[in-house]
Design a protein around this ligand. Sequence first.
Ligand SMILES: Nc1ncnc2c1ncn2[C@@H]1O[C@H](COP(=O)(O)OP(=O)(O)OP(=O)(O)O)[C@@H](O)[C@H]1O
Length: 321
Amino acid sequence: MIEAQTLTKRYGAKTAVDSVSFTVRPGRVTGFLGPNGAGKSTTMRMIMGLDNPSGGQVTINGRPYAKHKAPLHEVGALLDAKAVHTKRSAYNHLRAMAATHGIPNSRVNEVIELTGLGAVAKKRVGGFSLGMGQRLGIAVALLGDPQTVILDEPVNGLDPEGVQWVRHLARDLAAEGRTVFLSSHLMSEMALTADHLIVIGRGRIIADAPIQDIIDGQSKARVRVRADRPQDLLNPLAGDGVSSQILEPELIEITGVDPRRIAETAQRTGVLVYELTPLQLSLEDAYMQLTQAEVEYQSHSLSPTTPEATQITIPVEGRRP
Ligand SMILES: Nc1ncnc2c1ncn2[C@@H]1O[C@H](COP(=O)(O)OP(=O)(O)OP(=O)(O)O)[C@@H](O)[C@H]1O
């Protein structure tokens, strides 16, 4: 379990992490999301005792990292896979780490097996690809068989098989009752891996909830309707927060009205409906909506004159008095 209370980190005038409080619980995968520069790595570094908080505190299993007698058994972290610059082989690197922490060699062999490093374990780490470096970083994180595992961008540089492997690993570790806290910019992957999300923007928590709640919280009912005269549905459905998009002559999307009301309206108005599909936001859409005001490093289109979409959005006319 990781518990942060009013955790703050300032770098000069810059407040990278601004009085955040959250709990990362065991038995589930908690994703840590946020735009570039939001404060994810700084938070993870403070959890691992690599940065001192300017205020507040963070504990792992009830104690700050530095207060644990055998921290590698409590928490393992992959924070910066590129940090391992060594002429040693992966095997010797892991053995040296194990020796200094009283971990038996048999565990070194286990983590090499677990992370799929067997074929390259005797090669110099300096020559590793990004993906192999990631696997070694994860092997180091798991070396002490820790109760809590923190992985910062663990799928960075991994091929699709590696990405899937990290997903299964994270889910297996959580299923064993461990605390798993991971960051990733790959939303589709996060949607498949995490049970719970903490979203941070400009150093502050902007969401802390089960993943489905975050998607539902950002979604207004949106329904795709195929019908012979779909436009005839629009006036009877008009109201606050209702809008529609004509995609094809017989295809529209209506936002802000549930499918049952659309079906009832169609029956009343004699419109023949032959498709009524509720649409759900993806995690990526929900995330973009949540964080759009929090993006520190905004990207701009190279061709601002290019139309955003060819679809036409028209608000449904307001109710007539
Ligand atoms: N050592 C430092 N000195 C000064 N500013 C720093 C330092 N480390 C981080 N920052 C600043 O603190 C803020 C948070 O950075 P951090 O790396 O924690 O964000 P992040 O969410 O991990 O971003 P990314 O997704 O790009 O990795 C950024 O504005 C960053 O520039």
